[in-house]
Ligand binder design. Structure first.
Ligand SMILES: Nc1ncnc2c1ncn2[C@@H]1O[C@H](COP(=O)(O)OP(=O)(O)OP(=O)(O)O)[C@@H](O)[C@H]1O
Ligand SMILES: [Mg+2]
Length: 356
């Protein structure tokens, strides 16, 4: 069986198939350093808190990092920033390795196929995704997987657009980035990212209102709605302003890229929006309104919001992995019984893999 992995700036998730269910494991991509004491070490060893000792410090990782940070009055640290490994965080690589190992577990068989999400190169910054992608790939191969990157936007299409022959525009609004992919029958025809997402909204709203970023993030994640009824001047008002600004920014980049890529004008495709930043009520409606006002050179049939925005990317990576495994099984069976037949269409295989 294959697995899928979503390596995100804020969340790392794995997906695997168990019978007819897809099972997800999630951890926050963060850690906190606390001082070592025998007592702390003992307590932690008896609990299922993900941690590691290094010299005189203990690092608590994943979801528990936030609780420990609050208790010990420390700041959490994050191994990734803007979609890729952070160059400012020296402990980024060992910390992420541990979180990934916990989330994805050991392979069920040697060289089990694993697709992990990787962002497209951003069009609005000089950041390159290559080092990040190769580093993650080598962790996973060392663990015994046959790991391969999959574009984050393409993952969204595998996960959400099976009923439309994997044709449409998929957009993942994450923490560090927004990833966009336009696919035609499962073939990506345009993909890019912008180095803005939920973190950018939080930072801007924090700066504008003189509030701590963590505080802004928790207000945003705790029932904030994009209904524009909130008072001007507060954090929620600022969040709304920067949400709208992000949407316009992304839509403008789509318009520009579509122009440059010479996309066929007769196209009529659905758009699916997903990712943690798409969570607030009112998000997809606001996106739809702003898209209508923009001058996109092809027509949009409808705007859909993924049912489970946090799970789209890992689920899509799983669909890709399962499809490839079925492909290999078929090739093995085929070569045992028959001469070379030409390969069947890739989209048919993906459809079969996502059927449950
Ligand atoms: N209920 C919510 N309302 C608003 N924002 C939310 C909610 N839940 C999560 N978020 C935001 O979603 C973002 C995380 O989303 P997601 O897990 O899709 O990103 P990621 O995959 O880790 O990042 P990236 O793809 O950019 O590397 C964060 O900015 C977080 O604050
Ligand atoms: Mg993401």
């Amino acid at each position: 069986m294959a697995k899928g992995l979503d390596v995100g700036t804020m969340n790392i998730l794995s997906a695997k198939q168990e019978g007819t269910d897809t099972v997800f494991v999630q951890q926050r991509n963060s850690f906190v350093e606390i001082e070592y004491s025998d007592m702390a070490e003992q307590m932690l060893s008896r609990s299922d808190v993900l941690h590691i000792r290094k010299d005189d410090d203990v690092y608590v990782l994943g979801d528990d990092a936030l609780n420990f940070a609050n208790i010990f009055n420390r700041e959490t640290r994050r191994p990734m920033s803007q979609g890729i490994l952070s160059s400012d965080e020296k402990s980024a690589i060992p910390m992420m390795k541990l979180i990934i190992e916990q989330v994805v577990g050991s392979p069920d068989r040697p060289d089990e196929k694993l697709y992990f999400s990787s962002p497209a190169d951003p069009i609005d910054s000089d950041l390159s995704t290559l080092y990040h992608q190769k580093t993650i790939e080598s962790f996973l191969n060392d663990m015994g997987y046959d790991a391969e990157p999959i574009n984050e936007g393409m993952s969204v299409i595998y996960s959400e657009l099976a009923d439309n022959d994997f044709t449409g525009l998929g957009i993942s609004f994450g923490a560090g980035m927004t990833n966009v992919c336009l696919a035609y029958y499962a073939v990506p025809v345009m993909k890019f990212s912008v180095a803005r997402g939920g973190d950018w909204i939080d930072e801007q709203a924090a700066q504008a209102t003189g509030t701590q970023v963590d505080k802004v993030t928790s207000i945003k994640e705790d029932g904030f709605e994009l209904d524009f009824t909130t008072d001007v001047g507060g954090v929620e008002g600022a969040l709304s302003i920067y949400y709208e600004n992000l949407l316009d920014y992304v839509i403008e980049k789509i318009r520009k890229e579509v122009d440059e890529e010479d996309i066929e004008e007769g196209l009529d495709v659905p758009v699916v929006v997903t990712g943690g930043t798409s969570s607030p009520n009112g998000f997809s409606k606001l996106f739809e309104q702003h898209l209508e006002d923009a001058d996109i050179p092809f027509s949009i049939s409808d705007v859909r919001h993924a049912e489970e925005p946090m799970y789209s990317v890992s689920r899509g990576a799983l669909v890709a992995g399962r499809s490839e495994e079925e492909d290999q099984d078929r090739d093995t069976a085929g070569s045992a019984s028959e001469d070379d037949e030409s390969e069947s269409e890739p989209d048919e295989e993906i459809e079969a893999a996502s059927d449950d």
